[in-house]
Structure formats: structure tokens, C-alpha cells
Design a protein around this ligand. Structure first.
Ligand code: NAG
Ligand code: NAG
Ligand code: NAG
Ligand code: NAG
Ligand code: NAG
Ligand code: NAG
Length: 224
């Protein structure tokens, strides 16, 4: 009985904790407003980033104060507080990712918790011919050897790179290096092939439609 009660209250606390954290995602360079969920009556409020004090409102007319040097000065000139006490971060950077909490004077528990994720912008994926495949496929015809492509993501980290045929996913890798590529080998070209790079909030697509490198399947069929 005791164990049951213990587990029950523990899971209840866990559920409450998850519910009370608001997740917010943006692309680097955008501005984000961490909106308070309720009007606060307390005239003094404190914002913290990963538990470091970064901003405060105080006084009858809600004056704002920013701790420019805190958190290694990363927020210098980029913070604002609106009339409700919501925190606005302008020109976001990936290093702004983290936990934001806001407290009033009367409580040691934050009345709002935000988990901010700032993602690097995605560049368009680049499709090139996979020349390493020229001589490797000895059993295939010469036409199929030219039907090999590489899709590369440049200047990205923590994204997924995928090949699609129409809306069907053919293959996919998670890319954690700065530059990685995924290959596609075809017997002949038909339908619409595309390479997609995506992070949890955005995607970029490049279509494969260069038939000079690769004969279409109808040509291949007629020929063979
Ligand atoms: C905060 O509120 C503003 C104005 O209503 C809205 O445009 C913005 O998307 C909100 N921010 C978040 C993170 O939901
Ligand atoms: C201060 O925050 C606590 C915890 O969220 C809340 O219960 C209390 O009502 C707040 N006080 C005022 C004056 O808003
Ligand atoms: C594959 O073919 C291309 C063009 O025909 C050529 O530029 C490239 O060097 C070849 N690669 C290999 C590994 O033979
Ligand atoms: C990759 O990023 C570096 C540094 O951020 C930049 O100098 C370079 O121009 C970028 N290259 C591309 C292809 O975007
Ligand atoms: C890319 O993003 C658009 C709109 O944001 C969405 O409709 C589409 O399904 C996404 N595509 C992939 C392959 O994730
Ligand atoms: C693919 O087709 C699109 C739209 O028809 C065109 O803008 C693009 O230049 C083509 N790409 C190649 C590599 O042929």
C-alpha cells in the first residue's frame, strides 16, 4: 500500500511537472515572446535563464531592469519586457536555448517555466552526381551507373536528411556533423525524386530532375 501511494504521488508530480513547462521553438535570428500565462498582481517579477537572473520588473509602474552581464553577457541589448511582464528575446541565437523561469516575490516556485529551443537556419540541400559509383557496379548496365546521386546538407547540425520518391520516404539519416551526404542509386529515373533536410520545425527540399545524367524509365523500357 505504501509503495503504491508513493508511486502514485510520484507519477502525479511527474505529470504536473511536464504540463507546466511550455516548449517554444524558433529559428535563429527570429524574435520570440515568452508569454506569461496569467496576469500577475505582484509588482515585482524576476526572469531567470538556466537559473541565472537576467531581468526584473519592479515598482508601481513596472520598471524594467536587465542584467546585461549575466549569463556571459549573451543577452546584451536583446531583451525586452512588455507591460504584462512577458519576456521578448530579439535576434535569437542557438545559445539562447535553455530553460526560462519567472518568479514573483512571494513564491520560490516559478509561476511559468519555458523550454526554448533555437534551431540554426536550414540551407537548401545540394544534389550532386555520385561519381564514386561509376565503376563499382560491375553487374549492372552502364546506364544504371550514372543513376547515382548524393544529397548533401551543408552547414547544419542535428538535422535529418531524406530521399523521397513522391511522398514516400526512401531513406533517411540523422546528420550531426557539419556536412554529410546520403546517396540514392536508381536503375532509371521516374516519378519525382527529392531530397529533404529537416529539423523539428522546418524543412527544405531540392528536386531531382536532371534527366541528362540518367535516362528515364520509359526510355530504358523501350530500349531494353
Ligand atoms: C506571445 O503572444 C504574441 C501575441 O499574442 C504571439 O504573437 C506570440 O506567438 C506568442 N508567443 C508564443 C511563444 O506563443
Ligand atoms: C506568486 O506566485 C505563486 C506561485 O505561482 C502564486 O501562487 C501566487 O499567487 C503569486 N502571487 C501573486 C501576488 O501573484
Ligand atoms: C565518374 O564519371 C565522371 C563523369 O563521367 C568523372 O568525372 C568521374 O571522375 C568518375 N569517377 C570515377 C571514380 O571514376
Ligand atoms: C557555413 O558557415 C560558415 C560560418 O558560419 C560561413 O562562413 C560559410 O559561408 C557557410 N557556408 C555556406 C555554404 O553556407
Ligand atoms: C515540410 O514543411 C511543410 C510545411 O511546413 C510540410 O507541409 C511538409 O509536410 C514538410 N515536409 C516534410 C518532408 O517534412
Ligand atoms: C528542376 O525543375 C524546376 C522546376 O521545373 C526548375 O526550376 C529547376 O531548375 C530544375 N532543376 C534542374 C537541376 O534541372
Amino acid at each position: 500500500m505504501f509503495i503504491f501511494y508513493f508511486l502514485f504521488s510520484w507519477s502525479l508530480a511527474g505529470v504536473f511537472g511536464v504540463d507546466s513547462v511550455k516548449s517554444v521553438s524558433v529559428t535563429e535570428g527570429e524574435s520570440v515572446s515568452l508569454n506569461l500565462t496569467e496576469i500577475q498582481r505582484d509588482e515585482e517579477m524576476t526572469w531567470k535563464f538556466n537559473n541565472i537572473m537576467i531581468a526584473k520588473t519592479y515598482g508601481k509602474d513596472s520598471k524594467s531592469r536587465f542584467y546585461e552581464g549575466s549569463a556571459d553577457g549573451r543577452f546584451r541589448d536583446r531583451l525586452k519586457l512588455d507591460q504584462t511582464g512577458s519576456l521578448i528575446i530579439t535576434n535569437t541565437r542557438t545559445t539562447d536555448s535553455g530553460e526560462y523561469t519567472v518568479f514573483n516575490r512571494t513564491s520560490e516556485t516559478p509561476f511559468n517555466i519555458f523550454s526554448l529551443a533555437v534551431y540554426a537556419p536550414l540551407s537548401v540541400p545540394v544534389i550532386t552526381r555520385d561519381s564514386s559509383q561509376n565503376s563499382s557496379s560491375s553487374s549492372s548496365s552502364s546506364s544504371s551507373s550514372s543513376c547515382s546521386f548524393l544529397c548533401s546538407a551543408v552547414n547544419v547540425s542535428d538535422v535529418t536528411l531524406s530521399w523521397y520518391k513522391g511522398n514516400s520516404l526512401l531513406s533517411s539519416i540523422s546528420v550531426s556533423d557539419l556536412s554529410r551526404s546520403l546517396s540514392l542509386h536508381l536503375e532509371c529515373l521516374d516519378d519525382f525524386y527529392s531530397c529533404v533536410v529537416n529539423n523539428p520545425i522546418r524543412n527544405q527540399t531540392t528536386h531531382l530532375n536532371n534527366t541528362e545524367l540518367c535516362q528515364t524509365c520509359s526510355e530504358s523500357y523501350r530500349a531494353g
